[in-house]
Structures are given as structure tokens and as C-alpha cells.
Write a protein that binds this ligand. Structure first.
Ligand code: GLC
Ligand code: CA
Length: 449
């Protein structure tokens, strides 16, 4: 299957299009916009998770991998979306969150009741290590009933799965095959290079990352799911999200001879505005470093393949970051698109990027919805940082910058109701309708490139 000439469009369903006016985007909303996506010229849609979930991390906390969360619709809505995408020759890629489940998942609930079989699906320990969660605070949560701690590299409601346990791997492969049989054409694997954990030691030089990033058995696990799942079908496209990885590892993950993944996302180019590698800081981006990183990954991924991107649901909007929104909005959007689409790799466009959607510039913590942003607001406040400085950082770094609703027309056009997160008021000028009526404005109408 050739994935090298394809273009993927990422949809964050909560913020894409609301079909029933409850303020939350949904599957029917996506179906209603397929003609627009076809016009863009994309080949695949990656939809971030819409499975049953308490939504503490907007669906990255999955409680049931086989069912659709009612806020997004029903299985019939999904069947319709699959059929209508198929009619337009667009494939659907699902987002598989296999590093952890929600603590509401029945496996975790049974573990909490003391069932050993399910405790072995997770990491329960008498003694925690000093590892930090990526969303702030300890990576271990204490459970009084069991007098034990469980591991969560993300929110405390996202418990890490134990891939060492063959039963866990078998469950996850079953889920993949269930969705492939339904007509899904690809998968994006969430933080997949963190799944191999077998050493639980205190980290005296860091926050624990080196004990689980690109872990010892990662290649074996990826080969395993490949062999027992997508390799049996010849038209499945796969991409892995790699946290703090290396080019050496990404070459291994995506070398076709290794039968692991088609391509990988890495984030090195999106840390060039981090002061001392710390996200919760502000700094003008380092252009030289950005160029060096692109150079390295363009020339160095000889055995494998890159997934190219500037934007996703976890990053502030690239145009606000690397462009000049006030003076050169359109030029900045086109410049960034050109710089990405001319590179070697498979490009991923994040919803709204094609019209140059910008950051939100929220001024009140009440406007934020993202668990990571809210946690860090409190962490920075406790460290004594001023309210103004915290807002300046959040305005530049918060993931909510990418999550405001898609701007369809001058009134927003996302929903007739109050959206779950505020619409950016610049929808008056920056919107899809405007771009479609003024083709020279469009930063990414791929067909016309
Ligand atoms: C990935 C997702 C992000 C999520 C995290 C935990 O980085 O893209 O949105 O919060 O994993 O699942
Ligand atoms: Ca809705």
C-alpha cells in the first residue's frame, strides 16, 4: 500500500462541526463536511478518540474501545460516516490510545476490586518511584482500598496498561481487528513509544522518562500487533506518535523490513521555543535550530518515513508561533504550508490550518478546558508566578489554542448553541466560507497547489 503520496487531515471531533446543536461537535457533523474535505484533496481523515470516555482528557481516557461516546453519536452515525467517506475515496484513521485506559474502564474497575487478573493489566506497586506525570505531579496515585499505587504517565484518571502482560496485548489486537473489520483504513497510535516498561527505579537525573521512552521491548510489541493485525490486510496505514524519541529509533520503527509502523510523528521541531527544554516558558523561536532539526530529519530518515506536521490538537497554532498574524496572515499561512508540503514525508493538516486559524489568547483561566493547562496554571501559581505571566505562557503554549471550534463562516457556523469552548472572534475574517469565495486566500487547497 502506498502511503507516501497521501495527505492526512486531522479532525478533533469535539470542535469540528456540531450537528444537533448541543455545543459539541459530533460524527454527523463530520459527515456533513465530507464534500469540503474532498475539495481540499485529502486522502485520509484521522479522527481523535470518540470512544466512550469520561472526557477528562477529551477522549484520550478511553473507558470502552468498542463503543462510541453518546456525545459524539451512535454506531449508525459511524457506519454512515464510513460509507460516505468510502464513496468519496477518503479513508478513516482511528486514534488508538493503548498506553493507558481511563480509570473508568471495566478492567481498571475490576482491578480496584482486587481481581488479580485485572490488576495485572496495570502497574500496581507498594512503593512508588519519583517519576513525574506529563501533566504535572507524581506519576503514581495511591489507592486506599489496596494500599498500593498505580502508574499514570498522564492524568491520574489515565492508568498505564501493562504491555508485559500477553493478555493485555491480545485485548488490544482484538480491538484493532474489530475496527478493521468495520472498514477503518488506518490507525494513529497515541504515545506508542512509551508502552514498554519493565524497570521501576527512581530517576536521580530526571523525571523518569529514560525508564520508559523507546523502552526495551517496544520493537517486539510493535511487530506483534503488526503481525496479528494490520499486516493481514494490505491497505492499512499506520502512524505512531513518538514522545521525546530519537532519529535512530524512528528509522527502526518505520523501516519496512521491520514490519512495525509506516511512519512516525516526532516533536523536536516544536520545541524550538522552549527555554531550557521547558514547555511552560516563553521564548522567541530559534530559527537556526528549527532549520537544523528539519535538515537532520529530512536527510537522516533514510530507512524509514516521516509524518510531517506543524499543527495538531496538542500544539498551539503554528501561524501564531512561526508567522506574523497581524501583518502577514495569509502570507504566513502559505509560507508554512509550502515549507511543510515540500518536504519528504506524508503531510498531516490539522483542522483549521488550511484557513490559517490562530491562537485564542484567552485571558481568564475559566475559559480553559484542557486538563494539562489547568494543572499547570495551578502549578505555576503555587511556584509564585504572577497571574499575568501565567496567562502569557498559556496564551503561547496551551493545547486549547488548537481546540477552539472550526471557523466555518463569519458567525462561526460551528453550532447554534454555546460551544463547549469559546469560538475565536476572528472568525469574522478567518473562515472557510471566506476562503472558498476567495481562492487566492486559501493557504492549503491542495488541488490547486
Ligand atoms: C497524546 C495525545 C494527547 C493526550 C496524550 C495522552 O499526546 O495526542 O492529546 O493528552 O497523548 O493520551
Ligand atoms: Ca453535538
Amino acid at each position: 500500500m502506498n502511503f507516501k503520496d497521501k495527505i492526512v487531515y486531522e479532525i478533533y471531533p469535539k470542535s469540528f462541526k456540531d450537528s444537533n446543536n448541543d455545543g459539541i461537535g459530533d460524527l454527523k457533523g463530520i459527515t456533513s463536511k465530507l464534500d469540503y474535505l474532498k475539495l481540499l484533496g485529502i486522502n485520509y481523515i484521522w479522527i481523535t478518540p470518540f470512544f466512550v470516555s469520561p472526557q477528562n482528557d477529551n477522549g484520550y481516557d478511553v473507558a470502552d474501545y468498542y463503543h462510541i461516546d453518546p456525545i459524539y453519536g451512535t454506531m449508525d452515525d459511524l457506519d454512515e460516516l464510513i460509507k460516505e467517506s468510502d464513496n468519496r475515496n477518503i479513508g478513516l484513521m482511528f486514534d488508538m490510545v493503548f498506553n493507558h485506559t481511563s480509570t473508568s474502564h471495566s478492567w481498571f474497575q475490576r482491578a480496584l476490586k482486587g481481581e488479580q487478573k485485572y490488576k495485572d493489566y496495570y502497574f500496581f506497586r507498594k512503593e512508588p518511584t519519583n517519576w513525574q506525570s506529563k501533566f504535572g505531579g507524581s506519576a503514581w496515585e495511591y489507592v486506599e482500598e489496596l494500599n498500593e499505587y498505580y502508574l499514570h504517565l498522564f492524568d491520574k484518571t489515565q492508568a498505564d496498561l501493562n504491555w508485559e502482560n500477553p493478555n493485555v496485548r491480545a485485548e488490544l489486537i482484538k480491538i484493532l481487528n474489530f475496527w478493521i473489520d468495520k472498514g477503518i483504513k488506518g490507525f494513529r497510535f497515541d504515545v506508542i513509544n512509551l508502552i514498554s516498561k519493565d524497570a521501576f527505579e527512581d530517576d536521580d537525573i530526571g523525571v523518569g522518562k529514560r525508564f520508559y521512552t523507546d523502552g526495551r521491548k517496544i520493537n517486539q510489541y510493535l511487530r506483534g500487533i503488526n503481525q496479528q493485525s494490520f499486516e493481514k490486510y494490505d491497505d492499512i496505514i499506520t502512524v505512531g506518535e513518538m514522545s521525546s524519541t530519537t532519529i535512530e529509533n524512528c528509522n527502526i520503527y518505520t523501516n519496512p523490513d521491520n514490519h512495525e509502523l509506516n511512519m512516525t510523528f516526532n516533536f523536536h521541531h516544536l520545541k524550538v521555543d522552549y527555554q531550557n527544554k521547558e514547555k511552560w516558558t516563553t521564548m522567541p523561536f530559534d530559527f537556526r535550530e528549527l532549520k537544523d532539526i528539519f535538515n537532520k530529519w529530512q536527510l537522516g530518515m533514510n530507512d524509514g518515513w516521516n509524518a510531517l506536521f506543524w499543527n495538531c490538537h496538542d500544539q498551539p497554532r503554528s501561524i501564531s508561533r512561526f508567522g506574523n498574524v497581524t501583518k502577514y496572515h495569509d502570507e504566513s499561512a502559505k509560507m508554512l504550508a509550502t515549507a511543510m508540503h515540500m518536504q519528504r514525508g506524508t503531510p498531516y493538516i490539522y483542522q483549521g490550518e488550511e484557513i490559517g486559524m490562530t491562537n485564542n489568547y484567552f485571558t481568564d483561566i475559566k475559559q480553559y478546558r484542557d486538563v494539562e493547562s489547568i494543572n499547570y496554571y495551578h502549578i505555576l501559581k503555587n511556584q509564585g508566578m504572577s497571574e499575568n505571566k501565567i496567562h502569557e505562557i498559556l496564551q503561547a503554549k496551551s493545547r486549547d489554542n488548537a481546540r477552539s471550534p472550526m471557523q466555518w463562516n463569519k458567525n462561526g457556523g460551528f453550532s447554534d448553541n454555546t460551544p463547549w469552548i469559546q469560538m475565536n472572534s476572528n472568525c469574522k475574517n478567518i473562515n472557510v466560507e471566506n476562503n472558498l469565495n476567495n481562492p487566492t486566500l486559501s493557504s492549503i487547497i491542495i488541488k490547486n497547489l
